[in-house]
Design a protein around this ligand. Structure first.
Ligand code: AMP
Length: 216
């Protein structure tokens, strides 16, 4: 099962990906998470990506394409993939078409999560992430039992540096400019499922499940 999940920051890509993983045996590959791990480990890639990420800007296409191609060669991708946050530009989508054909895993479904800016603003500024296991919380919608501490692993909850209203505006502009054309690219191939992601998460997931059932 070869799936892409797309949507602006705060649309619920991470949350929906967690739910999809519980149902289907494919790895969740988030380019944002991979880059953040590189930044944490201070790798060459991390050093290069850091300034772009902190400014809410996109990391150069060739860097990202190589990182994804390498990741998809790993044995856990044999049954497919759930790619989150990639491709984000038309150049990435075109390059990925070639990569996906080469490894025999063309995209079968693009889940496009759609939400208004005002809702995203609330979600983004209240979002907290476990610094240890990556679990996602929200100070109002889904608070941890003990403030600042992860329910799952006891790790410290942090706010991402780019989870501010200012950065959200930059990321939304980037999304409109660079990522909407990617959705059009897949629309032309008839594989896009538009999903209203302003609903309760169970309802959003039910729509996604229905779309994925047609694939398996
Ligand atoms: P995310 O966690 O998906 O919101 O990604 C966080 C940041 O990582 C983005 O604002 C970009 O700076 C960078 N990033 C993640 N995925 C990509 C991508 N496919 N292309 C370029 N930059 C990316």
């Amino acid at each position: 099962m070869n799936i892409l999940i797309m949507g602006p920051a705060g649309a619920g890509k991470g949350t929906m990906s967690e739910l999809i993983l519980k149902e289907y045996d494919i790895p969740h590959i988030s380019t944002g998470d991979m880059l953040r791990e590189n930044v944490r480990n201070n790798t060459e890639l991390g050093k290069l990506a850091k300034s772009y990420m902190e400014a809410g800007k996109l990391v150069p296409d060739d860097v990202i394409n190589a990182m994804v191609e390498d990741r998809l060669q790993q044995p856990d991708c044999q049954k497919g993939y759930l790619l989150d946050g990639f491709p984000r530009t038309l150049v990435q989508a075109e390059a990925f078409s070639e990569i996906a054909d080469k490894i025999g895993k063309p995209v079968e479904c693009v889940i496009a999560l759609e939400v208004d800016f005002e809702i995203l603003k609330d979600r983004i500024t209240g979002r907290r992430i476990c610094s240890k296991c990556g679990a996602i919380y929200h100070i109002k919608g889904h608070p941890s039992k003990v403030e600042g501490v992860c329910d799952e692993c006891g790790g410290a909850l942090i706010q991402r540096k780019d989870d501010t209203v200012e950065q959200l505006k930059v990321r939304m502009d980037e999304y409109e400019k660079s990522t909407k054309p990617v959705i059009d690219f897949y629309e032309a191939r008839g594989v896009v499922k538009h999903v209203n992601a302003a609903q309760a998460k169970e309802d959003v997931f039910a729509v996604i499940q229905e779309a994925l059932e047609h694939l398996s």
